[in-house]
Design a protein around this ligand. Sequence first.
Ligand code: NI
Length: 263
Amino acid sequence: MKENILIDTHAHINSEKFDQERGKIITNAIENGIGGIINMGDTMESSQYVLELAQEYDICYAGVGVHPEEAFEMGKRDFDQLAIWAKNKKVVCIGEIGLDYYWEKDGEKRALQRRIFIQQLDLARQLNLPVCVHNRDAHGDTMEILKKEGRGIRGVMHCFSGSLEIARELVKMDWYIGVDGPLTFKNAAKLPEIVKEIPLERILVETDCPYMAPQPVRGKRNEPAYVRFVAEKLAELKGLDFETVQKQTTLNAISLYPRLEQG
Ligand code: NI
């Protein structure tokens, strides 16, 4: 993989919002200097689909896993299936997995989220794959689980929304922090300050498209080409030129996800 490209490390171009336009979106990404798009599964069905996209398009890679908002009681067959998909070299991680207490208020369903989060961390360890973690309004439990159950696993806290203290803990654990559209928002709160404090070597850029479109396209449908706006903002905050940020964040992505170079 070349260094003069950007990688959108977290996308969902499998979304129905891209139906009929997927080819066009990919062409637009390539024309804008994007060299890799990692589409994250969130259900068993979408995990299969992001892998199909990865096989169809060179530029696409995949994460397979069950998202907390889609949590269900996973059985052996589900884990066996994830493991089979994960044998494919274009599957770079188990993801996206984690906890979402913003959308889920029910105590039992939150307990189910924790259970399948831990089970999928175990699967990642067995497969020797990194993880992509979704965490919304569940910082305490997410960090506790990662510390207790995440031994020997590397990963990224995607769409980072925690405190500087949590960011520092993740850096200590050799983890990465994923930043996307909100970094560019005028009401971005503490994220720009956190990004200034965290070494560039620990930051990944992502879109989370079709959601989270950055400035100047905020409110529109997001797409991988727009990861450039996130990288530009990161360069501005760090006082670095764009090429440095491009090169380093691509190296970071390859370091966390070695299959970007093998797949
Ligand atoms: Ni996502």
